[in-house]
Write a protein that binds this ligand. Structure first.
Ligand code: IVH
Length: 685
């Protein structure tokens, strides 16, 4: 259970609190435009600017933080494990009707059970069957206080911090007649576009791709670190209610209930429809099936529900599923074809991906001629050979996958395709890095696809910031053979640019100046610019501060690196591996020889909390007292043992005692553990 804030901020009339309220309202409004209405009114950058302004104000005035602020979507600390929660009413599952004919049987059974006369037309509420993960949200007095997975239907896992990151889940219900208690159920899913982006990124990073959007959604919600879920654009659709107490209005049908949820700001499906009689319900199923491939999310069928809640109660449930609903599954989108060849594609990070070349075949309205094979573990597991007849499937993924080989159809002429020992793009050896499934080219910066990406990154704004040198020019420099590694950039002359189409002397001179000016960038940017895997801008700055020169960093051991807070074993191993590679060593040497002289920025004095005094009381759930003290001191603050008028912040954990009373009497700003940890949260959203 999430702890309620100790002291909900009371709006006062000073300019900061006014601006704060205004920002929160604006952000909530733009969230709704973006996620629910699909009609953004401002750009992402404008949204981010508002968000950052709010974050800054809340950091300045932690006393004004409220749990429904949009900044509170990203929880602080990773959990050690999930807590189990028992659902107050069991979360049931649905009986499946696998063929369309079974829809009629469902109607017959319902009629018989209710002993309805022929002339009584049953009204059905029809909804898409979303393919995601079932969860329950609990709102008390309109505030989201808990979220849990379905689990086995009786007991699920508490995933409140992760659900708070789902943008279309309101942290506070809106509108009139908000109930004292609302348990609302629905499906969390990952839209297809986001799913494809996530998988592409995972393959590039050598991580196994998710088989389908459902696994991706489930994997994101069952992450202990809420920052992972926050980075994935999950969404939710509500389709049912558990307990509902203290609501002035009571819905009498499923469709009214959905309208009520929508009025409170909860997301419901825009594809739901109320129909009269089973024939119309069948038509709904057919229409939805026809629409299926054009939807931005994956569905695996239609759900038909008897609309009238009185009839629902009368029908009741049998074992684990209600008698008043049925899931009508769609047939799988699969077909057979011949795998004619396996192509190798080298990505810009050096990952080599096997791609199946298929005899073209029509699948759900699309001609399919390529399918991803993901990696060689998959090829081995499925025993894929060139010439095989294979079953291909589009499971939400635009790029189809080879589901299985029809081994019984083999003729004996099929050929296995082992992983290549050499990179097809540059001829360098390949290898699998420890803990990765992906096969990588070891050519590093000598491999053309990798070099293109490396230079684009090197020249980018947050790295060496070479103004004007974009990917278009970089690709020309590479194709003309003028640049064979990063250091060649610093050897370019006006004559070289003379070979470019439509480039005047002025432009060439500007580019040369920009390249030359980048020699003076600071060490942090230079380290970031090298493109070491897992080393982002922030880590690069920390490394620069700690090691002071590129020479020192090159000699750093895994132990020295992991002793730095913020640097874990993966990052450390990646840094050591980068500098152990002779190609990379040579590039760094040549860059320095070409005159690149990364300087160390003078260290900033004082932290955000300098001059502030903190006192802790009670038990903190997620950090030890020592760790909390170190956090405060790391930002220049002081920690003392007793509360006085000089105390700026009193951090109250659970079972806080007399210090809390004293703090209240003295009017000290009191922070819950959550509010405290958010002061140090740099994860962003
Ligand atoms: S109603 C009492 N409606 O399907 C009935 N379920 O097999 C409970 N699902 O666990 C579910 N879309 O995860 C319902 N529109 C929808 C649904 C839906 C997807 C999932 C849900 C549930 C499973 C049941």
């Amino acid at each position: 259970m999430e702890q309620p804030p100790l002291f909900p901020a009371s709006p006062t009339d000073d300019p900061v609190s006014r601006r704060l309220l205004q920002l929160r309202r604006q952000l909530a409004y733009h969230n709704r435009c973006y996620y629910e209405l699909d009609r953004p009114e401002i750009s992402d950058a404008e949204y981010d600017a508002l968000f950052r302004e709010l974050q800054a104000l809340e950091r300045q005035r932690p006393d004004l933080l409220t749990p429904d602020s949009p900044t509170q979507r990203v929880g602080g600390q990773p959990l050690e494990r999930f807590l189990q929660v028992r659902h107050s009413l069991p979360m049931l599952s649905l009986e499946n009707a696998l063929e369309e004919g079974a829809i009629l049987e469902f109607e017959q059974r319902t009629r018989t059970f209710l002993a309805l006369p022929e002339r009584h037309v049953i009204t059905y509420q029809c909804e898409p069957k979303m393919d995601g993960l079932a969860v329950e949200l609990i709102y008390r007095d309109g505030l989201l206080v808990q979220a849990a997975t379905r689990g086995d239907g009786e007991v699920g896992e508490e995933v409140t911090a992760n659900l708070r990151t789902v943008r279309n889940v309101p942290l506070r219900l809106q509108g009139d007649g908000v109930p004292a208690l609302l348990e609302v159920r629905g499906e969390v899913y990952l839209p297809l576009a986001a799913f494809q982006r996530l998988n592409a990124q995972r393959e590039e990073e050598g991580e196994p791709a998710f088989a389908n959007p459902r696994n991706a959604a489930a994997g994101s919600i069952r992450q202990l670190d809420p920052r992972v879920a926050a980075r994935r654009p999950l969404a939710m659709v509500c389709y049912g209610v558990g307990l509902l107490e203290g609501a002035p209005m009571q819905a009498t049908s499923q469709s009214e209930l959905m309208a009520q949820l929508a009025a409170w700001g909860l997301p419901v499906s825009d594809r739901q429809r109320r129909v009269a009689g089973i024939e119309q319900a069948r038509q709904y199923y057919r229409d939805l099936l026809a629409e299926r491939d054009g939807l931005p999310y994956e569905i695996d069928g239609a759900v038909l529900k008897v609309d009238d809640l009185r009839l629902q109660r009368e029908l009741g449930e049998k074992s684990r599923s209600p008698r008043w609903a049925v899931a009508c599954k769609f047939p799988p989108r699969q077909t057979e074809t011949v795998l004619e060849d396996i192509l190798l594609s080298v990505g810009r990070t050096g990952v080599i991906t096997p791609v199946a070349v298929l005899a073209p075949v029509e699948l759900a309205g699309v001609t399919v001629s390529r399918a991803t094979l993901h990696n060689w573990d998959e090829i081995d597991r499925k025993d894929v050979r060139i010439g095989d007849r294979v079953l291909v499937e589009r499971a939400g993924d635009v790029i189809p996958a080879v589901v299985k080989v029809l081994t019984e159809r083999r003729s004996g002429g099929e050929r296995p395709a082992p992983p290549p020992s050499y990179c097809p793009a540059c001829g360098a050896p390949t290898a699998r890095l420890a803990g990765e499934v992906a096969l990588r080219c070891l050519g590093g910066l000598a491999c053309p696809p990798q070099l293109t990406r490396a230079i684009i990154h090197f020249a980018s704004r947050d790295a060496m910031d070479i103004e004007g040198l974009g990917s278009k020019y970089i690709e020309q420099l590479l194709s003309l053979g003028l640049v064979k590694d990063l250091a060649d950039l610093y050897r370019l002359t006006g004559d070289d640019f003379g070979q470019f189409e439509r480039m005047g002397e002025k432009l060439a001179a500007n580019l040369l100046n920009a390249i030359s000016a980048s020699k003076e960038r600071d060490l942090g940017r230079f380290i970031f610019a090298l493109g070491i895997r897992h080393v982002g801008g922030r880590t690069a700055r920390i490394l620069a501060e700690r090691f002071g020169s590129i020479d020192q960093l090159q000699q750093a051991t895994v132990e020295a690196l992991t002793s730095i807070r913020d640097v874990g074993p993966t990052v450390a191993a990646s840094i050591v591996a980068f500098f152990a590679n002779p190609v990379n060593q040579a590039v760094v040497r040549r860059l320095l020889e070409a005159g690149v002289a990364p300087a160390v920025e003078a260290k900033k004095i004082g932290g955000r909390l300098s001059g502030k005094t903190f006192v802790f009381t009670g038990t903190l759930q997620h950090v030890t007292r020592d760790a909390a003290k170190a956090l405060v001191e790391g930002e220049g603050g002081n920690v003392t043992g007793s509360v006085s008028k000089k105390t700026d912040y009193l951090v109250a954990g659970s079972e806080a005692g007399s210090k809390l009373d004293k703090g209240r009497t003295l009017g000290v700003t009191i922070l819950s553990e959550d509010a405290f940890s958010r002061l140090f949260d740099r994860g962003g959203v």
